[in-house]
Write a protein that binds this ligand. Structure first.
Ligand code: 5GP
Length: 190
């Protein structure tokens, strides 16, 4: 998506010797809702015919964009919570995720009452890197018996393995900007 690629080139900040892209001025801290609306429309163009009933994301950075995508689809947004408590009463689906940005493992959970076998789910996230966050969400959807339609990603770092692994596993992954390479000298899109 040209608009997003242009914005990344203009305002993205490359950190950690080219492994991390900061987009705090328009997606991860301050949010450009007009840009998000355009991304939402593009996801609707790609997945609008799939009978999606729910958008699923993961807290915290996916929630903003997921809300706007959900508005484009006219369905609720559900976000997996990063839980510190154990699943004692069995009322939640849980999965383990390894955080790329923090280098730690955490558990995510979704209340069973909000995801059922009648749902058709689109996963939405701001970034795709190694794919751990999406794998955790996929695991939760599978536990619920809902149909997993695919994943809509704003920025895929295609030099990391997540996108390829998930596509090979059969998931439809649509990324609006795919970065082939990144360094202090600039960004190359796929
Ligand atoms: P994955 O689980 O695919 O390795 O990483 C996805 C998650 O890590 C995203 O939800 C995002 O929050 C975070 N992430 C991964 N790489 C980057 C990056 O380069 N920049 C930012 N801002 N977040 C990232």
């Amino acid at each position: 998506m040209q608009l997003l690629e242009d914005r990344i080139r203009k305002d993205g900040k490359i950190r950690e010797h080219g492994s991390v892209l900061k987009v705090d001025s328009f997606l991860n801290h301050q949010i450009d809702v007009d840009l998000c609306k355009e991304m939402g429309k593009e996801f609707f163009r790609l997945f609008g015919g799939e009978g999606i009933t729910k958008i699923l994301t993961i807290e915290a950075s996916g929630i903003g964009i997921a809300c706007i995508v959900a508005q484009c689809f006219g369905v609720p947004v559900l976000f997996a919570k990063k839980s510190k408590t154990k699943n004692i009463d069995g009322s939640v689906y849980t999965s383990q995720v390894h955080s790329f940005t923090h280098g730690t493992n955490y558990e995510v959970m979704v209340a069973k009452e909000f995801l059922s076998p009648n749902d058709r789910v689109l996963l939405v996230d701001d970034f795709l890197a190694n794919g751990a966050a999406l794998q955790g969400l996929m695991d939760i959807v599978h536990q619920s018996g809902a149909d997993l339609v695919g994943a809509g990603i704003c920025i895929e770092k295609a030099f990391q393995p997540g996108g390829d692994l998930l596509r090979q596993s059969g998931l439809r992954v649509e990324s609006l900007a795919r970065i082939a390479a990144m360094s202090e000298n600039g960004i190359t899109f796929c």
